[in-house]
Design a protein around this ligand. Structure first.
Ligand code: HEM
Ligand code: NAG
Length: 216
C-alpha cells in the first residue's frame, strides 16, 4: 500500500477550462460501429475522445456488453474512464500505450488514498481493429463484459442506461505507468479529472455481436 498524502492538491486544477459540448454520433469507418461520442478537453487545445457502442434492445436491469473506444494524444501517460461517473466503487478502465500496443487495465478503487487495484469483476477484450498507436495518438477499442450492471464496492447494484444518459468521468495523467507492458502496473495519481453526461442513445448497434466478432 502506498500513501499518497497531499498529492491530490493538483487534481482537477484545469477542470474549469473544459468545454462542455454534447454527445454526438460517430460512424467509425474503421470498425463499423456507431458510437456515441463525447470529446472533452484535459488542457487547452488537448482533447480526449470517449466513444461508446451498445447493442440495441437491451432489457432494463440486465447485463450487456458495451464497446469503449478511447482516443488519447501521445502526451497521455494513462487515461482512466469511470463507468459510474466517480473514482470510488465502480468499474474503471485504465489505458495507456506500450510501444506499438495499448494496455487496458480493469481497476476498482475503494478510497482516494490508494492506487485503484486491478479488478476481475469486469473483463476487457481489446479489439484488433480500432486499437493502434501512431506518432500523435494512441487509441483503443475494447469490449467490456461486467461494466454495465455490477455490484459496486459497497454492495449496491448499479445499471448503466443503454439508451439514456449516464454521468461518466475521466482521469488523465501525464505520468507513464512504471511497467507499461503489464496491466497490473503501478500508476501515479492523475493531473486532471472531470465529469460529463454521455447520451448512449446515439450509440445503438443492431449488429453489435457481429461487429465485435468482425473486429476481434
Ligand atoms: C494512484 C492512483 C490514484 C490516486 C492516488 C487517486 C487519488 C484521488 C484523489 C486524492 C482525488 C481527489 C478527491 C477529492 O477531490 O476529494 C481523486 C479524484 C478522482 N479520481 Fe482518482 N486517484 C487515482 C487513480 C484514479 C483512476 C485510475 C481513476 C480512473 C478514472 C480516477 C478517477 C478519479 C475521479 C473521476 C476523481 C474525481 C472525484 C471522484 O470521482 O471521486 N482516479 N483521486
Ligand atoms: C493517428 O491516430 C489518431 C487516433 O486514432 C487518428 O485520428 C489519426 O488520423 C492517426 N494519424 C495518422 C497519421 O494515421
Amino acid at each position: 500500500m502506498r500513501f499518497w498524502g497531499l498529492a491530490s492538491a493538483c487534481v482537477a486544477a484545469l477542470a474549469g477550462s473544459t468545454a462542455a459540448a454534447g454527445t454526438t454520433t460517430y460512424h467509425d469507418p474503421e470498425t463499423g460501429f456507431v458510437f456515441a461520442e463525447y470529446a472533452i478537453q484535459y488542457k487547452i487545445g488537448h482533447t480526449l475522445v470517449f466513444r461508446i457502442a451498445v447493442p440495441t434492445g437491451v432489457q432494463s436491469l440486465t447485463a450487456y456488453d458495451a464497446v469503449l473506444q478511447v482516443v488519447a494524444p501521445v502526451d497521455a501517460g494513462w487515461v482512466g474512464f469511470a463507468w459510474g461517473g466517480r473514482m470510488i466503487g465502480d468499474p474503471l478502465a485504465v489505458g495507456w500505450s506500450s510501444g506499438n500496443s495499448v494496455v487496458l487495465s480493469s481497476r476498482r478503487a475503494s478510497d482516494h488514498t490508494n492506487m485503484p487495484a486491478t479488478w476481475t469483476g469486469a473483463q476487457y477484450t481489446l479489439l484488433k481493429t480500432g486499437t493502434h498507436v501512431n506518432y500523435t495518438h494512441w487509441q483503443y477499442t475494447a469490449k467490456c463484459t461486467g461494466c454495465t450492471y455490477y455490484t459496486n464496492s459497497v454492495g449496491s447494484k448499479n445499471w448503466i442506461y443503454s439508451t439514456g444518459t449516464n454521468h461518466l468521468a475521466f482521469a488523465y495523467s501525464s505520468s507513464r505507468p512504471a511497467q507499461p507492458s503489464s496491466s497490473g502496473s503501478t500508476i501515479q495519481i492523475h493531473d486532471v479529472t472531470n465529469n460529463w453526461d454521455h447520451d448512449f442513445s446515439v450509440g445503438q448497434n443492431a449488429n453489435f455481436a457481429d461487429l465485435v466478432t468482425r473486429n476481434s
